[in-house]
Design a protein around this ligand. Sequence first.
Ligand code: QZP
Length: 407
Amino acid sequence: MTATATSPGQGAAPGVPHLDFDPFSIEFFADPFATHEELREAGPVVYLDTYGVYGVARYAEVHAVLNDPLTFCSSRGVGLSDFAKEKPWRPQSIILEADPPAHTRTRAVLGQVLSATAMKPLRSHFAARAEAKADELLARGSFDAITDLAEAYPLSVFPDALGLQQEGREHLLPYASLVFNSFGPPNRLRQEAIERSAPHQAYVAEQCRRENLVPGGFGACIHARADAGDITHDEAPLLVRSLLSAGLDTTVYGIGATVYCLARFPDQLAKLRSDPTLARNAFEEAVRFESPVQTFFRTTTREVELGGHSIGEGEKILMFLGAANRDPRRWENPDRYDITRRTAGHVGFGSGIHMCVGQLVARLEGEVMLSALARRVGSIEITGEVKRRYNNTLRGLESLPITITPA
Ligand code: QZP
Protein backbone atom coordinates (compact mmCIF):
# COMPACT_ATOMS: atom_id res chain seq x y z
CA MET A 1 0.00 0.00 0.00
CA THR A 2 1.24 3.46 -0.83
CA ALA A 3 0.16 6.88 0.38
CA THR A 4 0.27 9.54 -2.29
CA ALA A 5 -0.79 13.18 -2.15
CA THR A 6 -2.92 13.77 -5.21
CA SER A 7 -5.40 16.39 -6.35
CA PRO A 8 -8.98 16.01 -5.18
CA GLY A 9 -10.50 13.38 -7.42
CA GLN A 10 -13.35 11.83 -5.44
CA GLY A 11 -14.05 14.76 -3.21
CA ALA A 12 -10.87 14.78 -1.13
CA ALA A 13 -9.41 18.12 -0.11
CA PRO A 14 -6.11 18.99 -1.87
CA GLY A 15 -3.01 17.67 -0.10
CA VAL A 16 -4.81 14.96 1.85
CA PRO A 17 -2.93 11.67 1.39
CA HIS A 18 -4.92 9.00 -0.44
CA LEU A 19 -4.78 5.39 0.72
CA ASP A 20 -6.25 2.55 -1.24
CA PHE A 21 -6.47 -0.34 1.24
CA ASP A 22 -9.87 -1.72 2.35
CA PRO A 23 -10.38 -1.12 6.09
CA PHE A 24 -13.27 -3.62 6.04
CA SER A 25 -11.40 -6.53 4.45
CA ILE A 26 -10.53 -9.84 6.12
CA GLU A 27 -6.81 -9.26 5.39
CA PHE A 28 -6.90 -5.98 7.31
CA PHE A 29 -8.92 -7.45 10.19
CA ALA A 30 -6.48 -10.38 10.45
CA ASP A 31 -3.56 -8.02 11.15
CA PRO A 32 -4.36 -4.30 11.20
CA PHE A 33 -1.30 -3.04 13.06
CA ALA A 34 1.13 -2.28 10.21
CA THR A 35 -1.67 -0.49 8.35
CA HIS A 36 -2.62 1.43 11.49
CA GLU A 37 0.94 2.75 11.59
CA GLU A 38 0.83 3.68 7.89
CA LEU A 39 -2.45 5.49 8.50
CA ARG A 40 -1.00 7.47 11.42
CA GLU A 41 2.23 8.23 9.57
CA ALA A 42 0.52 9.27 6.31
CA GLY A 43 -0.88 12.38 8.02
CA PRO A 44 -3.42 13.64 10.54
CA VAL A 45 -6.22 13.08 8.01
CA VAL A 46 -6.26 10.63 5.10
CA TYR A 47 -8.67 9.85 2.29
CA LEU A 48 -9.74 6.26 1.82
CA ASP A 49 -10.33 5.82 -1.91
CA THR A 50 -12.05 2.44 -1.51
CA TYR A 51 -15.08 4.13 0.06
CA GLY A 52 -14.65 7.83 -0.68
CA VAL A 53 -14.39 8.74 3.00
CA TYR A 54 -11.88 10.51 5.21
CA GLY A 55 -10.02 8.63 7.92
CA VAL A 56 -8.34 9.65 11.18
CA ALA A 57 -6.02 7.28 13.05
CA ARG A 58 -3.96 9.57 15.30
CA TYR A 59 -5.12 10.06 18.87
CA ALA A 60 -5.38 13.88 18.62
CA GLU A 61 -7.70 13.90 15.61
CA VAL A 62 -9.82 10.96 16.77
CA HIS A 63 -10.26 12.74 20.11
CA ALA A 64 -11.04 16.06 18.37
CA VAL A 65 -13.70 14.50 16.14
CA LEU A 66 -15.34 12.68 19.06
CA ASN A 67 -15.45 15.90 21.08
CA ASP A 68 -17.13 18.13 18.47
CA PRO A 69 -20.42 16.26 18.05
CA LEU A 70 -22.28 19.10 16.33
CA THR A 71 -19.70 19.40 13.53
CA PHE A 72 -19.06 15.65 13.35
CA CYS A 73 -22.59 14.39 13.78
CA SER A 74 -24.06 10.99 14.59
CA SER A 75 -27.62 11.57 13.35
CA ARG A 76 -26.59 10.69 9.77
CA GLY A 77 -25.42 7.30 11.08
CA VAL A 78 -22.15 6.12 12.60
CA GLY A 79 -21.65 3.56 9.84
CA LEU A 80 -20.63 4.11 6.22
CA SER A 81 -24.22 4.66 5.15
CA ASP A 82 -25.31 8.32 5.22
CA PHE A 83 -28.88 8.46 6.55
CA ALA A 84 -29.35 11.74 4.67
CA LYS A 85 -28.99 9.70 1.45
CA GLU A 86 -29.96 6.12 2.38
CA LYS A 87 -32.70 4.66 4.56
CA PRO A 88 -31.28 2.98 7.72
CA TRP A 89 -31.55 -0.86 7.76
CA ARG A 90 -33.55 -0.61 11.02
CA PRO A 91 -35.31 2.35 12.71
CA GLN A 92 -32.60 4.79 13.73
CA SER A 93 -31.24 4.51 17.31
CA ILE A 94 -32.50 7.45 19.37
CA ILE A 95 -29.28 7.66 21.38
CA LEU A 96 -26.38 6.41 19.20
CA GLU A 97 -27.66 7.95 15.98
CA ALA A 98 -28.83 11.25 17.48
CA ASP A 99 -27.32 14.69 18.11
CA PRO A 100 -28.03 17.32 20.74
CA PRO A 101 -30.59 18.46 21.67
CA ALA A 102 -32.49 15.21 20.90
CA HIS A 103 -29.62 13.09 22.20
CA THR A 104 -29.41 14.93 25.50
CA ARG A 105 -32.72 13.65 26.84
CA THR A 106 -32.32 9.98 25.85
CA ARG A 107 -28.71 9.98 27.05
CA ALA A 108 -29.75 11.38 30.44
CA VAL A 109 -32.23 8.53 30.88
CA LEU A 110 -29.83 5.72 29.98
CA GLY A 111 -27.08 7.47 31.95
CA GLN A 112 -29.26 7.27 35.06
CA VAL A 113 -30.47 3.72 34.44
CA LEU A 114 -26.81 2.61 34.13
CA SER A 115 -25.33 4.98 36.75
CA ALA A 116 -22.88 4.19 39.56
CA THR A 117 -25.83 4.15 41.95
CA ALA A 118 -27.60 1.60 39.78
CA MET A 119 -24.49 -0.63 39.80
CA LYS A 120 -24.34 -0.93 43.61
CA PRO A 121 -27.11 -3.52 44.06
CA LEU A 122 -25.76 -5.57 41.11
CA ARG A 123 -22.19 -6.00 42.29
CA SER A 124 -22.57 -8.87 44.76
CA HIS A 125 -24.66 -10.94 42.33
CA PHE A 126 -22.32 -10.23 39.38
CA ALA A 127 -19.34 -11.19 41.58
CA ALA A 128 -20.98 -14.40 42.81
CA ARG A 129 -21.69 -15.46 39.21
CA ALA A 130 -18.10 -14.70 38.25
CA GLU A 131 -16.74 -16.78 41.15
CA ALA A 132 -19.03 -19.69 40.26
CA LYS A 133 -17.86 -19.47 36.64
CA ALA A 134 -14.20 -19.36 37.69
CA ASP A 135 -14.69 -22.42 39.98
CA GLU A 136 -16.44 -24.33 37.20
CA LEU A 137 -13.72 -23.54 34.65
CA LEU A 138 -10.91 -24.39 37.05
CA ALA A 139 -12.54 -27.77 37.67
CA ARG A 140 -12.67 -28.37 33.91
CA GLY A 141 -9.08 -27.20 33.38
CA SER A 142 -9.30 -27.07 29.58
CA PHE A 143 -11.99 -25.10 27.76
CA ASP A 144 -12.64 -22.47 25.10
CA ALA A 145 -12.08 -19.01 26.63
CA ILE A 146 -14.45 -17.42 24.11
CA THR A 147 -17.58 -19.57 24.32
CA ASP A 148 -17.12 -20.97 27.84
CA LEU A 149 -15.92 -17.77 29.51
CA ALA A 150 -16.11 -14.54 27.47
CA GLU A 151 -19.61 -15.39 26.18
CA ALA A 152 -20.85 -17.55 29.05
CA TYR A 153 -20.19 -15.06 31.84
CA PRO A 154 -21.95 -11.98 30.35
CA LEU A 155 -24.81 -14.26 29.23
CA SER A 156 -25.15 -15.38 32.86
CA VAL A 157 -25.62 -11.84 34.22
CA PHE A 158 -26.54 -9.22 31.60
CA PRO A 159 -29.82 -10.61 30.18
CA ASP A 160 -31.13 -11.06 33.75
CA ALA A 161 -30.01 -7.55 34.73
CA LEU A 162 -31.90 -6.24 31.72
CA GLY A 163 -34.94 -8.28 32.74
CA LEU A 164 -35.25 -10.53 29.69
CA GLN A 165 -37.33 -13.67 29.62
CA GLN A 166 -35.41 -16.96 29.33
CA GLU A 167 -36.90 -17.87 25.98
CA GLY A 168 -35.11 -16.76 22.81
CA ARG A 169 -31.84 -15.58 24.35
CA GLU A 170 -29.97 -17.45 21.60
CA HIS A 171 -30.88 -14.47 19.37
CA LEU A 172 -28.88 -11.98 21.47
CA LEU A 173 -25.35 -12.59 20.15
CA PRO A 174 -26.43 -12.97 16.50
CA TYR A 175 -28.40 -9.71 16.79
CA ALA A 176 -25.43 -7.84 18.23
CA SER A 177 -23.11 -9.27 15.58
CA LEU A 178 -25.59 -8.02 12.96
CA VAL A 179 -25.68 -4.52 14.49
CA PHE A 180 -21.88 -4.22 14.47
CA ASN A 181 -21.54 -5.64 10.95
CA SER A 182 -24.16 -3.16 9.77
CA PHE A 183 -21.86 -0.17 10.43
CA GLY A 184 -19.57 -1.39 7.66
CA PRO A 185 -19.83 -1.14 3.86
CA PRO A 186 -22.20 -3.39 1.89
CA ASN A 187 -19.64 -6.22 1.88
CA ARG A 188 -20.36 -9.91 2.46
CA LEU A 189 -20.24 -9.56 6.25
CA ARG A 190 -22.91 -6.87 6.22
CA GLN A 191 -25.12 -8.22 3.46
CA GLU A 192 -25.24 -11.80 4.80
CA ALA A 193 -25.94 -10.54 8.31
CA ILE A 194 -28.84 -8.37 7.12
CA GLU A 195 -30.23 -11.16 4.88
CA ARG A 196 -30.47 -13.44 7.93
CA SER A 197 -31.63 -10.75 10.33
CA ALA A 198 -35.43 -11.09 10.30
CA PRO A 199 -35.81 -13.63 13.17
CA HIS A 200 -33.29 -11.76 15.34
CA GLN A 201 -34.98 -8.41 14.69
CA ALA A 202 -38.40 -9.90 15.47
CA TYR A 203 -37.10 -11.31 18.77
CA VAL A 204 -35.53 -8.00 19.80
CA ALA A 205 -38.59 -5.93 18.88
CA GLU A 206 -40.77 -8.22 20.99
CA GLN A 207 -38.46 -8.20 24.03
CA CYS A 208 -38.33 -4.40 24.07
CA ARG A 209 -42.05 -4.19 24.95
CA ARG A 210 -42.85 -3.33 28.53
CA GLU A 211 -44.99 -6.45 29.15
CA ASN A 212 -42.04 -8.70 28.26
CA LEU A 213 -39.55 -7.14 30.69
CA VAL A 214 -39.16 -8.46 34.24
CA PRO A 215 -39.75 -5.81 36.98
CA GLY A 216 -36.60 -4.35 38.52
CA GLY A 217 -34.35 -4.76 35.46
CA PHE A 218 -32.76 -2.05 33.28
CA GLY A 219 -35.57 -2.50 30.73
CA ALA A 220 -38.36 -1.92 33.25
CA CYS A 221 -36.44 1.11 34.62
CA ILE A 222 -36.39 2.61 31.12
CA HIS A 223 -40.14 2.13 30.72
CA ALA A 224 -40.72 3.69 34.17
CA ARG A 225 -38.96 6.82 32.91
CA ALA A 226 -41.69 7.13 30.28
CA ASP A 227 -44.28 7.26 33.10
CA ALA A 228 -42.21 10.03 34.68
CA GLY A 229 -42.39 11.96 31.39
CA ASP A 230 -38.63 11.98 30.72
CA ILE A 231 -39.14 10.09 27.45
CA THR A 232 -42.27 9.10 25.54
CA HIS A 233 -43.85 5.64 25.69
CA ASP A 234 -42.81 5.19 22.04
CA GLU A 235 -39.18 5.93 22.86
CA ALA A 236 -38.81 3.46 25.74
CA PRO A 237 -38.68 0.28 23.59
CA LEU A 238 -36.06 1.89 21.34
CA LEU A 239 -33.83 2.63 24.33
CA VAL A 240 -34.22 -0.97 25.50
CA ARG A 241 -33.17 -1.96 21.97
CA SER A 242 -29.98 0.06 22.42
CA LEU A 243 -29.06 -2.06 25.45
CA LEU A 244 -29.83 -5.24 23.52
CA SER A 245 -27.68 -3.96 20.64
CA ALA A 246 -24.66 -2.72 22.53
CA GLY A 247 -24.74 -4.28 26.01
CA LEU A 248 -23.71 -7.90 25.53
CA ASP A 249 -21.35 -8.55 22.61
CA THR A 250 -19.14 -5.61 23.62
CA THR A 251 -18.48 -7.12 27.07
CA VAL A 252 -17.97 -10.55 25.48
CA TYR A 253 -15.21 -9.02 23.33
CA GLY A 254 -13.78 -7.02 26.25
CA ILE A 255 -13.49 -10.03 28.54
CA GLY A 256 -12.22 -12.16 25.64
CA ALA A 257 -9.55 -9.55 24.91
CA THR A 258 -8.42 -9.52 28.55
CA VAL A 259 -8.08 -13.30 28.79
CA TYR A 260 -6.24 -13.35 25.44
CA CYS A 261 -3.82 -10.70 26.76
CA LEU A 262 -3.20 -12.54 30.03
CA ALA A 263 -2.64 -15.80 28.13
CA ARG A 264 -0.03 -14.14 25.89
CA PHE A 265 1.68 -12.02 28.56
CA PRO A 266 2.33 -14.26 31.59
CA ASP A 267 4.28 -11.52 33.42
CA GLN A 268 1.07 -9.48 33.47
CA LEU A 269 -0.90 -12.47 34.75
CA ALA A 270 1.72 -12.83 37.51
CA LYS A 271 1.25 -9.17 38.45
CA LEU A 272 -2.52 -9.57 38.51
CA ARG A 273 -2.27 -12.70 40.68
CA SER A 274 -0.04 -10.87 43.16
CA ASP A 275 -2.54 -7.99 43.33
CA PRO A 276 -6.08 -8.92 42.21
CA THR A 277 -7.22 -5.32 42.81
CA LEU A 278 -5.53 -4.65 39.43
CA ALA A 279 -8.36 -6.62 37.75
CA ARG A 280 -10.33 -3.50 36.79
CA ASN A 281 -7.29 -1.88 35.17
CA ALA A 282 -6.28 -5.16 33.49
CA PHE A 283 -9.69 -5.10 31.80
CA GLU A 284 -9.41 -1.40 30.93
CA GLU A 285 -5.93 -1.88 29.47
CA ALA A 286 -7.23 -4.76 27.34
CA VAL A 287 -9.95 -2.43 26.02
CA ARG A 288 -7.17 0.01 25.03
CA PHE A 289 -4.78 -2.65 23.73
CA GLU A 290 -7.23 -4.69 21.65
CA SER A 291 -9.91 -2.01 21.16
CA PRO A 292 -12.87 -4.41 20.74
CA VAL A 293 -14.76 -1.58 18.99
CA GLN A 294 -12.23 -0.79 16.25
CA THR A 295 -13.94 1.90 14.21
CA PHE A 296 -17.00 3.97 13.57
CA PHE A 297 -17.91 7.03 11.53
CA ARG A 298 -19.12 10.56 11.95
CA THR A 299 -20.57 12.86 9.22
CA THR A 300 -19.59 16.53 8.83
CA THR A 301 -22.43 19.04 9.16
CA ARG A 302 -20.40 21.95 7.73
CA GLU A 303 -17.07 22.75 6.15
CA VAL A 304 -14.48 22.25 8.90
CA GLU A 305 -10.73 22.36 9.40
CA LEU A 306 -9.20 19.15 10.69
CA GLY A 307 -5.48 18.38 10.85
CA GLY A 308 -4.72 21.42 8.72
CA HIS A 309 -7.11 20.42 5.93
CA SER A 310 -10.46 21.85 4.99
CA ILE A 311 -13.14 19.16 4.78
CA GLY A 312 -16.47 19.83 3.14
CA GLU A 313 -20.01 19.34 4.47
CA GLY A 314 -21.62 15.90 4.29
CA GLU A 315 -18.38 13.92 4.36
CA LYS A 316 -18.03 10.65 6.24
CA ILE A 317 -15.03 10.36 8.57
CA LEU A 318 -13.86 6.93 9.71
CA MET A 319 -12.28 6.98 13.17
CA PHE A 320 -9.72 4.23 13.84
CA LEU A 321 -10.09 3.89 17.63
CA GLY A 322 -7.69 0.96 17.74
CA ALA A 323 -4.99 2.99 15.99
CA ALA A 324 -5.54 6.02 18.26
CA ASN A 325 -5.25 3.74 21.30
CA ARG A 326 -1.76 2.73 20.14
CA ASP A 327 -0.61 6.10 18.82
CA PRO A 328 2.99 6.62 20.02
CA ARG A 329 2.28 10.39 20.01
CA ARG A 330 -0.02 9.74 22.97
CA TRP A 331 1.13 6.45 24.57
CA GLU A 332 4.44 5.22 25.94
CA ASN A 333 5.19 1.71 24.64
CA PRO A 334 1.74 1.58 23.04
CA ASP A 335 2.17 -2.02 21.86
CA ARG A 336 2.82 -3.27 25.39
CA TYR A 337 -0.05 -4.71 27.43
CA ASP A 338 0.68 -3.22 30.86
CA ILE A 339 -1.95 -3.68 33.56
CA THR A 340 -0.44 -0.92 35.71
CA ARG A 341 -0.57 1.65 32.89
CA ARG A 342 -2.51 4.88 33.37
CA THR A 343 -5.21 4.05 30.84
CA ALA A 344 -7.26 7.23 31.33
CA GLY A 345 -7.99 8.95 28.03
CA HIS A 346 -8.08 5.83 25.86
CA VAL A 347 -10.89 5.96 23.28
CA GLY A 348 -11.90 2.29 23.47
CA PHE A 349 -15.19 3.46 25.02
CA GLY A 350 -15.27 6.55 22.81
CA SER A 351 -15.04 10.06 24.25
CA GLY A 352 -17.32 13.05 24.77
CA ILE A 353 -21.10 13.10 24.88
CA HIS A 354 -21.54 9.68 23.24
CA MET A 355 -18.92 7.89 25.35
CA CYS A 356 -20.17 4.41 26.20
CA VAL A 357 -23.21 4.82 28.44
CA GLY A 358 -22.82 1.22 29.64
CA GLN A 359 -19.19 1.52 30.62
CA LEU A 360 -19.90 0.92 34.32
CA VAL A 361 -21.69 -2.34 33.55
CA ALA A 362 -18.80 -3.36 31.29
CA ARG A 363 -16.19 -2.52 33.91
CA LEU A 364 -18.17 -4.27 36.64
CA GLU A 365 -18.34 -7.47 34.58
CA GLY A 366 -14.69 -7.21 33.58
CA GLU A 367 -13.49 -6.48 37.09
CA VAL A 368 -15.35 -9.23 38.94
CA MET A 369 -14.62 -11.89 36.30
CA LEU A 370 -10.90 -11.11 36.10
CA SER A 371 -10.65 -10.74 39.87
CA ALA A 372 -12.26 -14.17 40.37
CA LEU A 373 -9.74 -15.72 37.97
CA ALA A 374 -6.78 -13.83 39.46
CA ARG A 375 -7.51 -15.28 42.91
CA ARG A 376 -7.69 -18.87 41.67
CA VAL A 377 -5.55 -19.36 38.57
CA GLY A 378 -1.83 -20.18 38.61
CA SER A 379 -1.25 -20.26 34.87
CA ILE A 380 -3.03 -19.87 31.54
CA GLU A 381 -1.72 -21.76 28.53
CA ILE A 382 -3.00 -21.55 24.96
CA THR A 383 -3.44 -25.20 23.98
CA GLY A 384 -4.97 -25.11 20.52
CA GLU A 385 -5.56 -23.08 17.39
CA VAL A 386 -6.48 -19.44 18.02
CA LYS A 387 -9.24 -18.54 15.54
CA ARG A 388 -10.20 -14.96 14.79
CA ARG A 389 -13.82 -13.83 14.39
CA TYR A 390 -14.43 -11.29 11.64
CA ASN A 391 -16.83 -8.39 12.00
CA ASN A 392 -17.00 -4.95 10.33
CA THR A 393 -16.64 -3.19 13.71
CA LEU A 394 -15.58 -5.63 16.42
CA ARG A 395 -12.13 -7.14 16.88
CA GLY A 396 -12.00 -10.44 18.73
CA LEU A 397 -11.67 -14.20 18.60
CA GLU A 398 -13.92 -17.05 17.51
CA SER A 399 -12.00 -19.62 19.55
CA LEU A 400 -9.27 -19.51 22.22
CA PRO A 401 -8.55 -22.98 23.57
CA ILE A 402 -6.79 -22.71 26.94
CA THR A 403 -5.77 -24.81 29.91
CA ILE A 404 -5.69 -23.17 33.33
CA THR A 405 -4.04 -24.55 36.46
CA PRO A 406 -4.94 -23.71 40.08
CA ALA A 407 -2.85 -21.25 42.09
C1 QZP B 1 -24.35 -0.01 19.10
C2 QZP B 1 -27.75 1.51 19.72
C3 QZP B 1 -19.76 1.16 19.69
C4 QZP B 1 -21.19 1.56 19.46
C5 QZP B 1 -21.39 1.84 18.04
C6 QZP B 1 -22.09 0.50 20.03
C7 QZP B 1 -23.56 0.75 19.94
C8 QZP B 1 -24.14 1.72 20.72
C9 QZP B 1 -25.49 1.97 20.66
C10 QZP B 1 -26.30 1.23 19.81
C11 QZP B 1 -25.71 0.22 19.03
O1 QZP B 1 -28.19 2.50 20.28
O2 QZP B 1 -28.48 0.72 19.11
